[in-house]
Design a protein around this ligand. Structure first.
Ligand SMILES: Nc1ncnc2c1ncn2[C@@H]1O[C@H](COP(=O)(O)OP(=O)(O)OP(=O)(O)O)[C@@H](O)[C@H]1O
Length: 490
């Protein structure tokens, strides 16, 4: 049973905050209950009201049936220790309403959820009436919730930042936009691995459209080459101005940065967590291979495929519940470093036999799951099986049968805890069949032509990547790819 129900007006407000306030493209990009938590935080800053006051009803938005929410979403009840704020909320409500409370909200769940619900509704009402579409939501949060964006928010994972006063990048950008009467506030300049990123906020919300138009011509209006402007998700009116550095200025993630990122792998809450590298703002990027199901990793020679596949193996080996098989026509030389932690197959006959056995194993796993009435292999105590195929183009050229077997496997092994990762050079419609392509999530490293990028990602862009581990990751179901810089383990 739900612990809290919204109505349709409240749902519309949540949708508006996500899209117009926080700048997300779709409401699926952020959990909706976070807006309810925000409403609750706001309500807890307001003067408490007697519980029988008529003002509660007046401070409630009216509307037809909306959605159901649970305590787990509202307060983090029964989630990991780091997310479970349930006791804290009970304590806050007791403290705030002690003059009016008859019940003990620590033991009386009904009284607790009623009071929680009342406050969430009041918070939503206040957001509805005090935040206008044109207002910057970020500024609104600052003013109403006392939230202040700290420098550390931009400098996670040890991002170095240059002194804003010294920032020639900002000065150049500021004077360029000043010509169009667009005033900018400098929030931060980040010195990232392959980019200088200048984070700016547009002072006047009415200038957003004009800023976005002028931003398209920034490289022509300034001396800056390779400049791209992206809006910052979750921060209205805030943009990253990203300038690509020349090769000689690049830096690579340090050993400590990599170790710190790896140490956070288990806390991602994923079944098979993979640390793929760092994003443009130096934040580690993780994904769950179980959700990605299968992967195709494509790029031209020297783009960093092998290094990426090796780093995926490193992540997997940390989980202790995987069996890894690498099919590599290049005699497995790049995978010797893993010793007997992985099985190497270098001959095409052996690869064919192995793939036949894999289909049998999948059938057996599925039958066991049906008999045991479970939907995942972990409940049966089975390990995940991850099959890497290096240089798919050569494997298939040597033995056409392998492609059919792979396509069959990739199509049917989704539930059975078997995942296939294909590495290949420039993919085109001839060397990457649609059967293979459609069964997997994709990673494009630098490719030779826009056509290769379209085959792998469904859009161009990978042909412009800078190489050596620079990649675009498009996971199953994602609408746009994420740019990530891979890491090289010592
Ligand atoms: N994330 C990274 N960080 C630093 N250097 C990298 C990274 N990825 C790749 N490189 C460097 O780029 C070069 C090519 O990498 P890699 O061998 O993985 O490419 P590849 O795509 O597998 O090439 P090929 O198809 O020719 O085997 C290597 O010298 C490697 O050290």
């Amino acid at each position: 049973m739900a612990d809290f129900y919204t109505n349709q007006t409240e749902e519309n407000l949540i949708y508006r905050v996500i899209k117009e306030g926080l700048g997300f493209e779709s409401e699926n990009e952020i959990p909706k209950y976070l807006i309810l938590r925000l409403a609750l935080a706001l309500a807890l800053r307001l003067k408490p009201l007697p519980l029988d006051s008529h003002i509660w009803a007046e401070k409630t938005l009216n509307g037809g049936k909306g959605k159901e929410y649970h305590l787990e979403q509202l307060t983090g009840k029964d989630k990991d220790e780091s997310e479970d704020m349930d006791l804290l909320y009970r304590a806050l409500l007791t403290e705030k309403f002690h003059a009016y409370l008859q019940a003990d909200v620590f033991s009386d769940d009904k009284a607790y959820t009623d009071l929680l619900g009342k406050n969430i509704q009041r918070g939503l009402f206040e957001i509805y009436h005090s935040w206008k579409n044109n207002d910057c939501f970020y500024q609104w949060c600052k003013d109403n919730l006392g939230l202040h964006l700290q420098k550390e928010d931009f400098t996670q994972s040890g991002t170095d930042s240059t002194n804003p006063q010294d920032s020639t990048l900002f000065t150049e950008i500021e004077s360029c936009f000043a010509k169009y009467n667009i005033a900018l506030t400098h929030l931060e300049t980040l010195n990232s691995y392959r980019h200088r990123i200048c984070k700016v906020e547009i002072k006047d919300p009415l200038k957003i459209q004009s800023f976005e138009t002028q931003a398209k011509y920034l490289d022509k209006a300034t001396k800056l080459s390779n400049v791209k402007i992206t809006s910052c998700k979750g921060l209205a009116r805030t943009y990253n101005i990203e300038e690509e550095k020349i090769d000689s200025e690049w830096s690579y993630p340090s050993k400590t940065e990599i170790e710190n990122a790896l140490s956070l792998l288990p806390s991602q809450g994923y079944k098979l967590p993979i640390f793929a590298g760092f994003d443009i703002e130096k934040k580690p990027f993780y994904f769950d291979l179980v959700k990605a199901v299968h992967l195709i990793v494509a790029g031209k020679t020297g783009s960093g495929k092998t290094i990426l596949l090796q780093s995926i193996i490193h992540s997997l080996l940390l989980s202790n519940k995987v069996e890894i098989v690498v099919i590599d026509p290049k005699l497995g030389i790049d995978y010797q470093i893993f010793g007997d932690k992985i099985r190497l197959i270098t001959e095409s006959e052996e690869a064919c036999e192995f793939l036949d056995d894999l289909i049998e194993e999948m059938k057996e796993r599925n039958e066991r799951m049906v008999t045991a009435k479970v939907s995942d292999i972990e409940s049966l105590g089975l390990t995940y099986k991850i099959v890497f195929v290096e240089e798919l183009n050569f494997v298939i050229r040597d033995n056409k049968e392998i492609e059919k077997k792979l396509a069959k496997n990739m199509f049917i092994v989704r539930q059975a805890g078997i995942h296939i990762i294909l590495g290949m050079q420039n993919p085109d419609s001839k060397n990457l069949s649609s059967d293979l392509r459609n069964s997997a999530s994709r990673i494009a490293l630098c490719v030779a032509k826009a056509e290769n990028s379209r085959v792998i990602l469904g859009e161009s862009g990978a042909e412009k990547l800078s190489g050596r581990g620079d990649m675009l990751i498009k996971l199953d179901g994602a609408s746009s790819p994420k740019r990530v810089f891979g890491v090289k383990f010592a």
